[in-house]
Design a protein around this ligand. Structure first.
Ligand code: NDP
Length: 281
């Protein structure tokens, strides 16, 4: 069994990104908007800002109070849409109750939508012709690629069908010629389906839910989940201790998929910069 070291792979890609940015006369810029003071969101935003600093990407963080009105938030998005030094805009989700995430996402210029959450970018992903790659699923694909794992023709099972992870994950595996099954909370006989997977990607948000009996010998297991276990320790959706005995490759939590998400965001920010300068189609 091999543990896929997401931290090391992520560092290697960030070095490539830093080298690419160093060559650029003008630097790509990312604006991150956070509303309210959710502690997990604050950590994510801080990490994104630091990752930009480390790779030479310009970044600014806009912190708004929890009682910010929809109009005020939308007018900030308008301002950032028009700001030439900002190539990518990311609104940290979830937003406080009372604010419409759909409306905010729809307001971001699709050319600056580096999270790839807007209907237009989701449409491109669905068409198999993505402009921006969805960050977490793209991170998973990069982990597979850099670990030498071929997707073509493999049975790929994705557990979870969220718009952020499960659905776009399935699309990227399909684009890579995998045979894809998507499972969710209403799936019958889940264990039978997961046990047929050559590549199993789990994104459900339930601590250690996938156990060894649900996985076939030699499967590649990618754990997107981020949960706290009974001892308040960070853990994934996969029971690492037992599943790692059967898997050929497995990602740990922490240190697997997690570090890749921000790395893919940096890549999208560079793509946005090049797109806005007409360097890409
Ligand atoms: P959501 O809550 O949006 O979606 C969870 C999905 O899992 C739903 O489709 C749900 O099915 C399905 N599900 C829930 N319980 C079961 C079950 N018992 N059996 C089968 N399917 C089930 O979560 P996200 O996709 O946003 O996130 C999933 C996990 O990934 C979380 O732990 C999150 O923290 C983590 N995450 C990690 C990231 C990273 O960078 N590493 C980035 C984003 C998320 P249904 O649709 O039927 O309700």
């Amino acid at each position: 069994m091999k543990i896929i070291d997401g931290k090391a792979i992520s560092m290697a890609i960030r070095e490539e990104i830093a080298a690419e940015v160093a060559e650029m006369k003008e630097k790509p810029g990312l604006a991150v908007v956070i509303v309210g003071d959710d502690p997990a969101s604050k950590v994510y935003v801080r990490n994104k800002h630091k990752a930009c600093e480390d790779t030479g990407i310009y970044s600014e963080v806009h912190e708004l109070p929890a009682d910010t009105s929809q109009e005020k938030l939308l007018s900030l998005i308008d301002k950032l849409n028009a700001d030439e030094k900002i190539n990518g805009i990311l609104v940290q989700l979830p937003l406080p109750k009372g604010l419409s995430e759909d409306e905010v996402i729809a307001r971001i210029d699709p050319k600056k939508d580096v999270d790839a959450f807007s209907a237009s970018n989701v449409g491109h992903i669905m068409l198999g012709d993505p402009v921006f790659l969805p960050c977490t699923p793209a991170g998973v694909m990069e982990l597979l690629k850099r670990s030498g794992i071929e997707v073509k023709g493999k049975n790929c099972v994705v557990v979870g069908r969220s718009n952020i992870v499960g659905k776009p994950m399935a699309m990227l595996l399909l684009k890579a010629d995998g045979t894809v099954t998507i499972c969710h909370s209403k799936t019958r006989n889940l264990a039978e389906i997961t046990a047929k997977a050559d590549i199993l990607v789990v994104a459900i948000g339930r601590a250690k839910f996938i156990t060894a009996d649900m996985v076939s010998e030699g499967a590649v297991v990618i754990d997107v989940g981020m949960n706290r276990d009974e001892n308040n320790k960070l853990c994934g959706d996969v029971d690492f201790a037992s599943v790692s005995e059967k898997a050929s490759y497995i990602t740990p939590v922490p240190g697997g998929v997690g570090p890749m998400t921000i790395t893919m965001l940096l890549k999208n920010t560079i793509t946005a910069f090049r797109l806005q300068r007409g360097e890409l189609q």
